[in-house]
Write a protein that binds this ligand. Structure first.
Ligand code: ZN
Ligand code: ZN
Ligand code: FE
Length: 752
């Protein structure tokens, strides 16, 4: 006989952690419990979601399984803890008020692209939200950028000033409704509205007309303002470049749909998936030669950054066939403008008009930039749609704040197994970015209730992020730049063993005070051996050399013992007097510092091949060099490799001599570019074989800004794999300095 005990109600307290707020989790729990005849309640608190359920034991077991298996698409359930409590005889299920506590780490959802249900309503003339730019539901809508504090409830968001109308309130209160407890729920009656400056009756139509007429419009979006203009118009794009002070760095474009994107770029299946993903990043794609965009959008670049609409406002604004430049609303190098005050006034010198709205942006968040490498995501900038979702850490880490580098600044705040990487903040070279950085750190420590015990930063004494870290009054761990690059890669792959790390980038402060950037390290989380590097050359004029690939070429030629002759492109236009000054500067080390930078070697090779002699942004010469690579070319330039003082020294001399020969014989720059890129991949394999012979290590990691060059990365990856290596490339954080903070935090934690 079955005992009465087996069906007597029991009660359990459940605790669900992960991304479970702002993703329709409580309504889901309510529907599930009600459907199963289970009693109890569900609520949000600062840790996540708490649930109490009461019913027969077998029902509660099935409930727990379905809770994990059937969670809403945008939720990420990390853990469900259950403890038995005494049954109280409850008979109904309800949603209860949120609890606030001083501790606890609820994850905050990134902003979510409008869902299919909302998009259908948006285009339905009979729906009360027809063409309403702020439509959302529990499955979609703004999250991170409107959240002032946790738990994620309407009063804690920038939707607080908008009181719901009766119709919206009824949806919000109805457990069966898609908008049940959708915190940003709104409609044209009660929610935010768009307006334009100068005012217009139809702000959307007015904006479209202005862009069609070649104007520049500042458009308030999700994480800040965009500056928009017609990407097919040379004069419009040129005006934007001049006013923004951004002469040649590529702009991204937004198009309404995949078909329009396909008219601009060749898009494979992985790229299509990424382009249409809910994260909606800017995807770097291979530009079609006949793409109908102005050459000024991404001059000299083989790639074009394309994104699809990611807010309902964009869906309404853009029509099929439109191609609009959508670039961050800022002056060059400053943080993105988010409010209607002073920051936006600064856009007045750039924009002809504004399309704005009255929902505040609490957190500035730039667009993410991602490309596909070998069928998988390869992040270039991790920001909107990804932040603040944590990167999983390979071991338990104490509360640490890592302040990152100088360019492409991000920080990382850790606790336990979570690495909360910030959104992209900008180049830490001015006061505005520093202020934005401080505000973002304060917001993260508040949001996730993490009080850092120590700070990790770069070793460069001149970085603002280092000075900022040293001024916090906390213990500081200064981390070597390239060690941080390699460990960021190891950490995101959960690797705890030693690996062979190639850290190739533009600039990083070395432990000997020189500028490193072509580094071969054997690294673990705590320490590294610098087992090899590019042969050092003088960096004429220090950091100013970034703007002068020609001077880098001259420095490399002189170091390689190749005479400066008039037929070589970097010498064109350099008068005799300047040549002799440069010679003395290099020979006598006046105002120079030694560098092993691989980024600067790419610049030098580009200049030598006649591609670019002066640059307006970092790595421009290298990017234009890569764009020319002739894929059909199979030859490669040889680098020298020898041992000196126990280290592998990579000598670019033979490769440079070959470029000089090819230039003199009139070889096409595309052929030279191909041979150089393949040569670098060859040298990586040769060096890796050498280190493997010494150490027995067979895992190679590729990190640092140079590996944004997918020609080198892809070629090296294939060749290393063929040589029996396991190859790690970045998948979660960028190879450039935007990923640095993750490595810094993990190294600091490992050394504790
Ligand atoms: Zn929706
Ligand atoms: Zn309403
Ligand atoms: Fe770097």
């Amino acid at each position: 006989m079955r005992g009465v005990m087996s069906t007597a109600p029991v009660r359990r307290r459940l605790r669900v952690s992960g991304i479970v707020q702002g993703v329709g989790f409580r309504p889901f729990v309510h529907t599930l419990a009600t459907g199963m005849g289970i009693a109890g309640f569900v609520g949000n608190d600062t840790d996540g979601v708490f649930i109490e359920v009461e019913g027969p034991e077998p029902d509660l077991a099935r409930f727990a399984t379905r809770l994990a298996d059937e969670a809403p698409a945008a939720a990420r359930v990390r853990d469900i803890e259950a403890v038995p409590v005494a049954a109280v005889g409850e008979t109904a299920f309800r949603i209860v008020a949120s609890h606030h506590a001083a501790t606890g780490t609820a994850l905050v959802s990134p902003d979510l692209r409008a869902c299919d249900d909302c998009l259908a309503e948006l285009s339905d003339p009979d729906d009360r939200r027809f063409r309403y730019p702020f439509i959302n539901c529990t499955n979609c809508g703004p999250r991170f950028t409107i959240t002032r504090r946790t738990p994620y409830d309407r009063p804690n968001t920038t939707m607080a000033p908008f009181a719901m109308c009766p119709a919206c309130r009824a949806e919000y209160d109805d457990p069966a409704d898609r908008r049940f407890h959708a915190q940003p729920n709104a409609c044209p009656e009660c929610g935010p509205t768009v307006s334009s400056m100068p005012p217009a009756d139809d702000p959307i139509g007015d904006t479209r007309n202005r862009i069609a007429a070649g104007e520049i419009v500042a458009i308030k979006g999700l994480g800040g303002y965009h500056l928009a203009c017609d990407a097919t118009s040379d004069p419009a794009v040129e005006r934007l470049r001049l006013r923004k002070g951004r002469l040649s760095k590529p702009f991204a474009v937004m198009v309404a749909d995949l078909e329009t994107a396909q008219s601009l770029a060749a898009i494979n299946a992985s790229e299509e998936r990424l382009l249409t993903s809910r994260e909606r990043p800017i995807v770097l794609l291979r530009k079609r030669p006949d793409a109908g965009v102005s050459d000024l959008v991404a001059p000299g670049n083989g790639s074009l950054g394309i994104m699809l609409p990611y807010t309902p406002l964009h869906d309404i604004l853009l029509e099929p066939g439109d191609v609009w430049v959508m670039t961050s609303g800022n002056r060059s190098e400053e943080p993105i403008a988010i409010d209607n005050g002073e920051a936006v006034e600064r856009l007045g010198s750039i924009a002809d008009s504004y399309l704005t709205h009255d929902r505040d942006i609490h957190v500035p968040c730039d667009d993410s930039v991602v490309r596909i490498l070998d069928g998988d995501e390869y992040p270039i900038r991790r920001s909107r749609g990804y932040a603040p979702f944590p990167v999983p850490l390979p071991f338990d880490v104490p509360p640490i704040l890592a302040t990152g580098g100088e360019l492409k600044a991000t920080f990382c705040l850790t606790a336990g197994r979570d690495g909360f990487m910030s959104q992209h903040i900008g180049d830490m070279e001015n006061l505005e970015t520093l202020e934005a950085f401080t505000a973002a750190v304060d917001h993260f420590t508040d949001l996730f209730r993490i009080e850092p015990e120590m700070v990790a930063c770069d070793m460069h004494p001149g970085y603002l992020s280092t000075k900022w870290a040293l001024g916090r009054g906390l213990p500081v761990e200064q981390i070597q730049h390239h060690h941080a690059h390699v460990v960021s890669l190891m950490a995101e792959h959960g690797r705890t063993d030693r690996i062979i790390g190639f850290a190739f980038d533009g600039t990083g402060y070395g432990t000997d005070g020189t500028v490193w950037g072509g580094e071969i390290l054997v690294a673990d989380y705590e320490d590294f051996d610098r087992v090899g590097h590019l042969a050092p050359v003088p960096l004429p004029g220090g950091d100013a050399a970034v703007k002068s690939p020609a001077r880098m070429a001259l420095s490399h030629l002189r170091t390689a013992g190749i005479p400066w002759t008039d037929d070589l492109p970097p010498l064109h236009g350099i008068p005799d007097i300047e040549r002799s000054l440069l010679e003395r500067q290099i020979d006598q080390s006046i105002n120079t510092v030694q560098t092993t930078s691989m980024g600067r070697l790419f610049d030098a090779a580009s200049a030598l091949a006649g591609v670019r002699q002066t640059a307006t942004y970092e790595a421009q010469a290298a990017i234009e060099f890569e764009a020319l690579v002739d894929a059909a070319e199979g030859d490669s330039y040889a680098f020298g490799l020898h041992i000196d003082g126990g280290r592998l020294i990579v000598d670019p001399g033979p490769a440079l001599a070959s470029i000089v020969d090819d230039v003199r014989s009139g070889t096409e720059p595309g052929t030279i570019a191909a041979r150089f890129h393949r040569g670098v991949a060859d040298l990586i394999v040769a060096a890796a074989l050498n280190v493997r012979a010494d150490t027995g290590l067979a895992t190679v990691g590729l990190s640092g800004g140079v590996f944004q060059n997918v020609t080198v990365t892809q070629t090296a990856k294939v060749m290393l794999t063929d040589a029996g290596f396991e190859v790690l490339v970045h998948r979660l954080v960028p190879p450039n300095d935007g990923g640095l903070a993750l490595g810094q935090a993990v190294i600091a934690a490992a050394r504790r």
